[in-house]
Design a protein around this ligand. Structure first.
Ligand code: NAP
Length: 290
């Protein structure tokens, strides 16, 4: 069993850290809003630390799961940051969905101190985190990955090394690009079917057995039909992810015409008050046209 620090107890981090404790790892948690860390420690029998540095002290593995690049910087750097507390032989693992640049930066700074780094964004949502069945896409050196892999398996069902630092984030970008256009297609299909007067539950049951099947259809079609969006992966996170993808595409020359359009559609959802709605709320735009 390992000594672990977990920094960022949000929708994803809270249950992920819980799985580490449930597997018998010794976990010290840090959260910006300290009440959440205290509640976590009470619930899972770990410890709460007042700063990322204090949490990281003495840990063999330090996990981050915050919002974006700027949030990573505020928990990793500075006098109270996690990097200042990393002990010898420690592996820093970042589960935040962020840029490939910050992954390379964190690896370089960890290496300067003789420490290891893995970027490890996740897919599978809140349910995946709660059930401990996340897909984890990793970047880093094989030795760092092989040390962290068995610990990440506390909440990861598929934990894969994709290449050097940044490759996990780049893989997550591909993941988000593959989802964005598909959700709009699903929204257009459902909206069309409803306007055509079809029994959409029946339509979904039939077409999900054929070539139109997708995770989004299996997990989101019914709630899209019902217009329910107060759960799931928030639009604000998706827009953050699409921005990262478009910035990366500016560098590597990939064309993302549909992604740019979908980002505008999500902007419309935000304007309708849906920044925390699930990403399947794209269908809301189509209903606004009535
Ligand atoms: N939610 C999903 O379904 C999902 C799925 C896959 C990937 N992800 C990715 O996983 C990451 C975490 O998502 P989440 O849904 O868990 O987010 P969340 O519920 O909003 O939690 C964010 C966490 O980061 C902390 N944080 C944010 N800014 C900070 C700062 N400047 N300094 C220190 N701590 C800060 C928050 O602390 P406070 O409690 O103090 O606010 C909170 O613990 C994101 O990168 C997201 O894109 C999310």
């Amino acid at each position: 069993m390992a000594k672990c620090a977990f920094i960022g107890l949000g929708i994803m981090g809270y249950p992920m850290a819980g799985h580490l404790a449930a597997k018998g790892h010794e976990v010290t948690a840090y959260n910006r809003t300290s009440a959440k860390a205290e509640q976590w420690a009470k619930q899972h029998g770990g410890r709460a630390a007042p700063t990322p540095r204090e949490a990281a002290k003495g840990a063999e593995f330090v996990f981050l799961c915050v919002g974006n690049d700027d949030d990573i910087r505020s928990v990793a750097y500075g006098d109270d940051g996690a990097l200042a507390g990393l002990g010898n032989g420690c592996v820093l693992v970042d589960h935040t969905t962020a840029s490939a640049d910050i992954a390379r930066e964190l690896e370089a700074d960890a290496k300067k101190q003789g420490k290891q780094f893995v970027d490890a964004p996740v897919s599978g949502g809140q349910a995946g985190a709660e059930n401990g069945v996340l897909t984890i896409m990793c970047g880093g050196e094989p030795a760092a990955f092989e040390r962290a892999r068995p610990v990440m398996e506390a909440y990861g069902r598929a934990v894969t090394l994709m290449g050097p630092a940044g490759a996990g984030q780049l893989t997550k970008m591909v993941n988000q690009l593959c989802i964005a256009g598909l959700v709009q297609g699903l929204a257009e299909g459902i909206n069309f079917g409803q306007r055509a007067g079809l029994d959409m539950e029946k339509v979904i049951a039939v077409i999900s057995k054929g070539a139109a099947q997708s995770w989004q259809m299996d997990n989101r079609a019914s709630t899209m039909v019902q217009g329910k969006f107060d759960f799931g992966f928030p639009v604000v996170w998706m827009r953050k992810d699409l921005k990262i993808c478009m910035e990366e595409a500016n560098r590597n020359g990939a064309l993302l015409p549909t992604t740019a359009l979908i980002d505008q559609y999500y902007h419309q959802v935000v304007k309708a008050g849906g920044s925390r709605w699930d990403t399947s709320s794209l269908i809301h735009n189509l209903r606004l046209l009535d």
